[in-house]
Design a protein around this ligand. Structure first.
Ligand code: PMP
Length: 330
């Protein structure tokens, strides 16, 4: 019988899909690494598995233990899947800008969810960093993976995402583009691709306008999962050759185009990364291969990015023609 013993065995080995319509007219091949095809629906399944198994090996997480983590949802789903398989309890702390659908998914997997305000400073007692620290200190047998500081976050990408992309492109990749949240994806994948190519692969970070990585102050933006108001240790400042700042509006209009034109129903950070990838592709040649990583699927954003009224309320859907040309202003 061709069966898997556990969903955990299905983490990684996601496909590369050619972006045909949104990249039309550009010289290079533009390929999307479709991470929503992971069992938990996002790239974060990769780090969840590696962080938990490392904690088990080091005795930090023992049978009956509780996983406590501040997460915007995707890391929570990854951890919840691994926890369900291995029998741990999960408590997740989320900022209040995270969509209700995403919180419902975490609860459906049996996790407990605590929601905190987005607008307070990271060191404020109500911030989602502070609340998760408190819970991790008070719940007996608690372990906090701390995706913002855990070296297994970038390591998981160094050992899986990077080698997969190198093998799938038969070493022909020239540009790697990804959004930066904890920085784990871009730092681990980027480091591997640079090492294996002898420094030939260019690594480009995509960042929401206002976030620290592209020189901002951390002022609020709406795209979820990317950008920071702090500098996490999981982000290796020596990897990115370039960082491209992308507005909420451009990110969301491209996200809608990906669903309509490429049949890729993905999240807002995917639109953000694709806008940056198309900018990079505009100055690349016909032999170049640009790979852009799409972190998650779009179902968690139906009430926001894919809702015309929500888009119009923020002034993101001013004119139909704008949506049709989003990302082509190159
Ligand atoms: N997009 C989404 C939707 C995410 O949840 C994350 C993870 N925070 C990212 C992008 C960024 O990935 P990373 O944390 O590896 O930088």
């Amino acid at each position: 019988m061709r069966v898997y013993n556990s969903l955990i065995e299905l983490v990684g080995n996601t496909p590369l899909v050619r972006l045909k319509k949104v990249a039309a007219g550009l010289a290079p091949t533009v390929l999307a690494k479709v991470e929503y095809l992971n069992p938990g629906g996002s790239v974060k399944d990769r780090i969840a598995l590696r962080m938990v198994e490392d904690a088990e090996r080091r005795g930090l997480l023992r049978p009956g233990g509780t996983i406590v983590e501040p997460t915007s949802g995707n890391t929570g789903v990854g951890l919840a899947i691994v926890a369900a398989e291995k029998g741990y309890r999960c408590v997740f702390v989320c900022p209040d800008k995270v969509g209700a659908d995403k919180l419902a998914v975490l609860r459906a997997y049996g996790a407990e969810v605590v929601v905190c305000p987005t607008t307070v400073a990271p060191d404020h007692p109500e911030s989602y960093y502070s609340v998760s620290d408190r819970l991790a200190a008070t719940i007996p047998g608690a372990w906090k993976p701390d995706q913002y500081a855990n070296p297994n976050n970038p390591e998981s990408h160094y050992h899986s995402t990077g080698p997969e992309i190198w093998e799938q492109t038969e070493g022909r990749i020239t540009h790697f583009v990804a959004g930066i949240g904890t920085g784990g994806t871009i730092s681990g994948t980027g480091r591997y691709l640079k090492e294996v190519s002898g420094g030939r692969v260019k690594v480009i970070g995509a960042d929401p306008e206002g976030s620290v990585y592209s020189g901002g102050t951390g002022r609020p933006y709406l795209v979820e999962g990317v950008g920071e108001d702090i500098w996490p240790s999981t982000y290796d400042t020596g990897i990115c050759d370039e960082i491209i700042a992308v507005s909420d509006k451009d990110s969301f209009l491209m996200t809608r185009r990906l669903a309509k034109e490429e049949a890729l129903l993905v999240g807002g950070s995917c639109g953000l990364a694709v806008v940056a990838a198309l900018k990079a592709a505009a100055s690349a040649g016909p032999d170049d291969v640009v790979v852009v990583l799409l972190p998650d699927g779009g179902r968690g954003y139906l009430g926001k990015i894919f809702n015309d009224e929500w888009m119009a309320d923020y002034g993101f859907l001013a004119a139909e023609t704008e949506e049709a040309t989003a990302g082509q202003v190159l």
